[in-house]
Ligand binder design. Structure first.
Ligand code: HEC
Length: 106
């Protein structure tokens, strides 16, 4: 009996541990943040408002928005048609996670 109780406790502790680490990763995921804040106007890295200003590498290179710093700069000081994401709304760590996701994905 004691063994079964110990086993049950170990199993539930493991589940708890697994579920908390899952949540921690999701909170820091650039992909999730991108989906939440950017993908309405930039689906699949495109741009539904300004077709020339996509997030694809070729457009980023042509428009010189091709580094973590430049992409964060765009969020803080966007051009016409893009919503502004200031540091109160989107902390630097989240902005950086989104920028890194864009650079490695599109
Ligand atoms: C309301 C629509 C909208 C949302 C939401 C939006 N954008 Fe934009 N984005 C635009 C428009 C319009 C432009 C073109 C104007 C400009 O360069 O600012 C643009 C341009 C950009 C560019 C420059 C691309 C290039 O090739 O020059 C980057 C980088 C960018 N957005 C990143 C983001 C990120 C990151 C988010 C989410 C945090 C976001 N955008 C959310 C509309 C949006």
């Amino acid at each position: 009996m004691k063994k079964i109780v110990t086993l049950a406790l170990t199993l539930s502790a493991t589940c708890l541990w697994l579920s908390t680490t899952d949540t921690a990763q999701a909170a820091a995921s650039g992909k999730e943040l991108f989906t939440q804040h950017c993908s309405a106007c930039h689906p699949n890295g495109g741009n539904i408002i300004e077709p020339h200003d996509t997030l694809l590498k070729s457009a980023r290179e042509a428009n010189k928005v091709n580094s973590v710093e430049a992409i964060i700069g765009k969020m803080r000081n966007p051009g016409p048609g893009m919503s502004k994401f200031d540091a109160n709304f989107l902390p630097d760590a989240d902005a950086k996670a989104i920028a890194e996701y864009i650079l490695k994905t599109f």
